[in-house]
Design a binder for this molecule. Structure first.
Ligand code: KIV
Ligand code: ZN
Length: 514
């Protein structure tokens, strides 16, 4: 595909840059579920992770490379031999694989972070690309902090890495500093000035520190870039990355002006957004474009009247276009194991053994006893909740009892198993959740700071499951605990316990930009 084509390549980095959001780390199985949804969404490239970061990251990239068939699977690597070899190894089973290698090119990064002269940076970049090309045909090279790099230097390094075999050149706005006109001009000038620019696709990767990530990405594609790197719900380092749903729907809705298209199946956008939110515990703000709960809700009488008379008076796209109504009621109390398994597989979850299926099915039955209509979102939350209490489990909730009455101080009494031994704890608090958390902290004595407590109703109705996120911080490490239940006090206690278990697991991994 050449850059003159009207088709924009959608490169999703939810599983790599998205995972760099504090507390958004995901397990291998969670990443695999998201990757399968991204494949259904028909993204062109899935950046599955940073293979050398940890054994867990390597396994995640490998599992995704081995099972995804329709999207290209990519691993990030610094411009270091060991990183590139590890990425190549993880991608060995891929139907279509890509190594994405990068080095910083701005004066400030070269001087203070890399402590390298520009010539050394060029030399390392060329060596990295050649090494990657010996392993795989599809190689992307990124100039980290490109938006603060000098144009002449970028032209020089890009020409050489294209000669060395890079097939995609990415110009990141790493610190979210660019503004649309300037950034678009940079892309246009690079394409015009670099003699072999036609041998590669130009890509952009924008961070949202000034809230301009989507605007900058659109300016760049108007100037000739043909790949956009983005994430579901705009997840990502600091203020996040350009949001996939906004880019895709802007290109589609304003094709008249932009003249470009993507291969995305837009009806899979909302399911992807729900899944990423449920797995990471990052709620989607109600007024978020495309995927926020209010994105298609018309509150004012004048708007409602207009939409009823003629939808296009106030709507530029339909809720169905982006998958809002795909959350159909599928299962109920009388549904059997096979129906349950089939629907779960359609939602991207398969069971490794009959025992695993049976456990999930009995959780489903428990939920169906409490809630008559089970929606897809309930099933997604059920799996996230089950996975949250699988794996490393030092603490496990056995029972919980709360008393809460007008005029009285709430009290929570819990029985928690710690490494298999049951302990009873009790505490009062300003509310039942506060009392439960205080009791848990009394037992665990983790010393962690509670940074976030959020409750989200998964579906409408008072019998909805509450999905709770608890973010704990300890010595600079941040974890997000998740819990779901029709009783929000139980969901909250489960989320707190999940966070404690993650802190206890103490998983270490390298950050690519450090
Ligand atoms: O923001 C950035 O520069 C990155 C690169 C590694 C592509 O994430
Ligand atoms: Zn980034």
């Amino acid at each position: 595909m050449s850059r003159n084509d009207d088709r924009v390549i959608i490169f999703d980095t939810t599983l790599r840059d998205g995972e760099q959001s504090p507390g958004a780390s995901m397990t291998r199985d969670e990443k695999l579920r998201i990757a399968k949804q991204l494949e259904k969404l028909r993204v062109d490239v899935i950046e599955a992770g940073f293979a050398i970061a940890s054994p867990g990251d390597f396994e995640s990239v490998k599992a995704i490379a081995d099972s995804i068939k329709d999207s290209t699977v990519c691993s990030l690597s610094r411009a270091l031999d060991a990183d590139i070899d590890r990425a190549g190894e993880a991608l060995r089973g891929a139907n279509s694989g890509r190594i994405h290698t990068f080095i910083a090119t701005s004066p400030i990064h070269m001087q203070y972070k890399l402590q390298m002269e520009p010539d050394q940076v060029v030399e390392n970049a060329v060596r990295a690309v050649k090494r990657a090309r010996n392993l795989i045909d599809d190689v992307e090279f990124s100039l980290e902090d490109a938006s603060r790099s000098e144009l002449d230097f970028m032209c020089r390094i890009i020409e050489q890495v294209i000669d060395a075999g890079a097939t995609t050149i990415n110009i990141p706005d790493t610190v979210g500093y660019a503004v649309p006109q300037e950034y678009g001009n940079t892309i246009a000038q690079l394409i015009e000035r670099i003699p072999n620019a036609d041998k590669a696709i130009f890509s952009v990767h924008c961070h949202n520190d000034l809230g301009l990530a989507v605007a900058n990405s659109l300016a760049a594609v108007s100037a000739g870039a043909r790949q956009v790197e983005c994430t579901i719900n705009g997840l990502g380092e600091r203020a996040g990355n350009a949001s996939l749903e906004e880019i895709v729907m802007a290109l589609r809705t304003r094709e008249d002006i932009l003249g470009l298209s993507t291969g995305i199946d837009t009806t899979q956008i909302v399911p992807a957004s729900r899944l990423v939110s449920s797995v990471t515990g990052f709620p989607v703000q109600p007024n978020k474009a495309i995927v926020g709960a209010n994105a298609f809700a018309h509150e004012s009488g004048i708007h409602q009247d207009g939409v009823l008379k003629h939808r296009e008076t106030y709507e530029i796209m339909t809720a169905e276009d982006v998958g809002w109504n795909t959350n159909r009621m599928v299962l109920g109390k009388l549904s059997g194991r096979n129906a349950f398994r089939t629907r779960m597989e359609e939602l991207g979850t398969s069971f490794a053994s009959d025992a695993e299926l049976n456990t999930a099915f009995s959780r489903f039955k428990e939920l169906a006893d409490k809630k008559s209509e089970i929606f897809d979102d309930d099933l997604v939350a059920l799996v996230s909740d089950a996975r949250a209490s699988a794996g490393h489990e030092k603490f496990k909730l056995s029972s919980l009892n709360v008393t809460s009455q007008t005029g009285e101080t709430p009290v929570a009494s819990l029985v928690v198993s710690v490494d298999g031994d049951e302990h009873s704890v009790e505490s009062s608090g300003s509310g039942p959740v506060d009392a439960a958390f205080k009791a848990l902290e009394q037992l665990a004595n983790s010393g962690a700071n509670l940074q976030l407590y959020s409750v989200n109703a998964i579906t409408s109705g008072t019998d909805s499951q509450g999905e709770v996120t608890v973010r704990l911080e300890k010595a600079g490490r941040i974890v997000n605990g998740l819990g779901a239940d029709t009783d929000i006090i139980i969901a909250s206690a489960k989320a707190y316990i999940h966070a404690l278990n993650m802190l206890d697991a103490n998983i270490q991994k390298a950050h690519p930009q450090v």
